[in-house]
Design a protein around this ligand. Structure first.
Ligand code: CO
Length: 448
């Protein structure tokens, strides 16, 4: 089969979710997002990522903003643009698995509040963790996008990624995302991967990459040349470095190459001016350095992970051990089956590596590490360290079924526990049980 160059490239502007997350710790408030959305609405972009990932958590925990209202209002502000969310498979917008009935309710509520495209990923790339979400998305007639997490390891090959994509297509996804959350994909690999995917699957391909290592725009171009139909980018004031390739320069270049994006560069420029003003009012949340940093090409540790680790070590007066921990991370990752470093696996690997360095290698096996070794998160890309696994299993068998099979339904009990609340409110309790009380208290005070 010959690779066909698409005439049209669909642009998803992701300034409001990943842009905000990558540059100002997801802190942008709804009022300010609305200023950007208002200007983006008629630029001709096909989609906008407005929700999911850390947004739900930050709304509830820090901003005390109604996350559902955010999804609804942003959709209303951009009625002709597809609203996309990032959903962590069976973890939804949290850090561990939920039962299938809560997954179903969450997806229904998200769709009801304006989400059109669900980008579904799983940190282990175990497609069984996509299943319930895909089914729920299809049941409400929305678009299911299955993500393959791009990572570099001795077991990750083009063939392996393509095989994952094929499995996702079999599960019924409408499109495939290459999720390069760490900005590690290089132009040649992007070309080979998209070429491989175009041969193996029939659904459109969507590339999500970051610009940490300065590779973003080159990789986007090579992906498009290989037939990738959809691209994520952000308005210029949020672009580059820990952020993403820039929407305006991408539109400008693709048009010069003869592709049609349907976007109006003048209008995009106005949206960018608005975005610049918004970003400037969140300077307190800026990371100290958010430009290009090529260290990752060697360490493969995402920038966000590094900055979190540094600030945690500073708190523990252990910053001088940073380099040892950086060296320990690949070792732990190997012991845990070469899992990609993405929420929540990045946190699991980094904490275990920190314990190993500060207390001695595997003197303590953290709870989450133990659960991963037991198979509670699903199947790892390569087998885990057998010795460590035996140690935590203590004679029991590792979990081999789809992990959520083992979680009993929760919804009937939740409804009983929170009578009179809307499904949206119950979901906040279900997903963030520890933060919900404070959230609702403060919301009530605000409305008095
Ligand atoms: Co990202």
């Amino acid at each position: 089969m010959e690779t066909q160059t698409p005439k049209t490239v669909k642009i998803f502007d992701i300034t409001m979710r990943d842009g905000s997350q990558s540059k100002v710790a997801t802190r942008i408030k709804l009022d300010d997002l609305l200023k950007i959305a208002g200007k983006l609405a008629d630029t001709g972009i096909y989609g906008a990522e407005t929700w999911g990932g850390a947004t739900f958590d930050v709304c509830v925990r820090y901003l005390r903003e109604d996350p559902w209202e955010r999804a609804r209002i942003l959709k209303a502000a951009m009625p002709n643009v597809k609203s996309m969310m990032l959903i962590r498979g069976q973890n939804l917008v949290a850090y561990s698995n939920f039962p299938d009935d809560v997954v179903q309710k969450f997806v229904e509520a998200s769709a009801r509040n304006g989400i059109d495209v669900f980008r579904i990923f799983d940190a282990l790339d175990d497609v069984r963790n996509h299943e319930a979400v895909i089914k729920a998305v299809k049941s409400v007639g929305k678009i299911a996008e299955g993500a393959v997490c791009y990572t570099i390891s001795p077991v990750h090959t083009i063939a392996k990624f393509v095989n994952k994509a094929r499995q996702l297509e079999d599960k019924g996804v409408d499109q495939i995302c290459i999720k390069d959350m760490a900005g590690l994909i290089d132009p040649q690999t992007a070309f080979e991967l998209v070429t491989g995917l175009k041969k193996a699957v029939n659904v459109p391909i969507h590339l999500h990459t970051h610009d940490n290592c300065g590779l973003g725009m080159m990789s986007v171009l090579k992906a498009v040349e290989a037939g990738c139909e959809m691209i994520d980018s952000v308005l210029s004031p949020f672009s580059g470095g820990t952020g993403h390739p820039c929407t305006e320069s991408l539109v400008f270049s693709l048009e010069r190459f003869g592709y049609s994006t349907g976007c109006d560069l003048k209008k995009l420029t106005r949206a960018a001016e608005e975005a610049r003003a918004v970003r400037s009012s969140y300077s307190e949340f800026e990371a100290p350095y958010s430009g290009v940093d090529c260290k990752m090409l060697i360490t493969q540790i995402p920038g966000g992970v590094m900055s979190n680790l540094s600030s945690q070590l500073r708190l523990q007066n252990a910053l001088h051990r940073l380099n040892e921990i950086v060296d320990e991370i690949p070792k732990v990752r190997e012991d845990l089956g070469f899992i990609p470093l993405v929420t929540p696996t990045s946190q699991i690997v980094v904490s275990q590596a920190t314990f190993n360095v500060l207390l001695g290698r595997y003197k303590i096996i953290a709870n989450h590490t133990a659960n991963l070794l037991k198979g509670m998160y699903g199947e790892t890309p390569a087998p885990v360290n057998k010795e460590l696994q035996d140690r935590v299993l203590k004679g029991a068998k590792p979990i081999s079924v789809r992990p959520a099979e083992l979680i009993p339904p929760m919804w009937p009990e939740l409804e009983k526990k929170f009578p009179g609340l809307t499904e949206e409110e119950i979901l906040i309790h279900a997903i963030f049980p520890h933060e919900a009380a404070g959230y609702f208290e403060e919301r009530a005070k605000k409305s008095e």
